[in-house]
Write a protein that binds this ligand. Structure first.
Ligand SMILES: NC(=O)c1ccc[n+]([C@@H]2O[C@H](COP(=O)([O-])OP(=O)(O)OC[C@H]3O[C@@H](n4cnc5c(N)ncnc54)[C@H](OP(=O)(O)O)[C@@H]3O)[C@@H](O)[C@H]2O)c1
Length: 251
């Protein structure tokens, strides 16, 4: 018997990286999983690996109408939603103030912050009726600490996600709803391909792996209803920012 038998989970950004691994982990414990992202083919590849427990629901999470249509579909098909993994996000190469355009900023804020608001707003009515539900947001260390590495738009958007998640607990706890925000450091996923400075295979191998974050997401999803893990950081032991600072301290 799986710990999530009978539960329905919706994972955004499920076609690759952390979302893909989270969908597989949740399904491995018996949840039925709905997989969203903009591109259908990667979602279908993940769904094929998972099998009958998976459904594909493509859409742009930065578009409220897409989000609403997917949640209406979940309600029609399953009549419930127990777990939201609001994980969709992106960054852009031209991220520093010297290169950032209004369009670039809008795309980063839309995919990382607006998407999280749209998804949370769309699932809350169902979860309130159930008097139960877990929202798990993938923010970032950039959502807790300000640095230039991730760029101003991403940093601001992820700070917004962290703040938003805490307000969900403050207002929705009386309805049995819990929100957790995860702040990963560097995770070896395709998002790193957008880094202005390329990341080598050796560096990626030392980072947190998607399955590590998925294990954390699964842990949170399986917590008893009276417990919420409000915010958690997960980072590589070989933390490149620490290592760089050590190099400077030695010189
Ligand atoms: N990897 C890291 O070092 C790291 C660190 C901290 C936080 N994070 C966060 O972790 C989350 C997952 O990223 P990842 O590292 O697993 O990278 P990833 O493999 O690039 O996954 C991001 C996923 O989000 C989807 N996506 C992007 N914009 C979307 C939109 N507007 N609507 C729907 N889906 C969208 C992408 O699919 P489509 O392109 O098909 O839409 C993609 O599958 C992101 O929120 C990211 O910011 C990552």
């Amino acid at each position: 018997m799986g710990r999530l038998d009978g539960k329905v989970a919706w994972v955004t950004g499920a076609g690759s990286g952390i979302g893909e691994a989270a969908a597989e982990a949740l399904a491995g414990e018996g949840a039925r999983v709905v997989l969203s992202g903009r591109r259908r083919p990667p979602l279908e590849a993940v769904a094929e690996r998972i099998g009958a427990a998976a459904r594909v629901a493509p859409g742009d999470m930065a578009v409220a109408a897409d989000v609403g249509a997917i949640v209406a579909g979940i309600e029609r098909e399953f009549g419930r939603l127990d777990i939201l993994v609001a994980n969709a996000g992106l960054n852009i190469q031209e991220r520093g103030w010297d290169k950032l355009t209004p369009e670039g900023a809008a795309s980063v804020i839309g995919a990382n912050l607006n998407s999280a608001f749209y998804c949370a707003s769309a699932v809350l009515p169902m979860m309130r009726r159930q008097k139960d539900g877990v929202l798990i947001h993938t923010a970032s260390l950039a959502g807790r600490f300000i640095s230039l590495l991730s760029g101003p738009a991403y940093t601001a958007a992820k700070h917004g996600v962290v703040a938003m998640s805490h307000t969900l607990n403050m207002q929705e706890c009386v309805h049995g709803i819990r929100s957790s925000v995860i702040n990963p450091g560097e995770v070896a996923t395709p998002i790193l391909d957008k880094r202005p400075v390329p990341v080598s295979a050796e560096e990626r191998a030392r980072m947190v792996q998607p399955r590590d974050v998925a294990d954390l997401i699964l842990y949170i999803a399986c917590l008893p209803p009276h417990v919420v893990l409000n915010e958690v950081t997960i980072a590589p032991t070989w933390n490149r920012s620490y290592v760089a600072a050590l190099g400077k301290a030695d010189s």
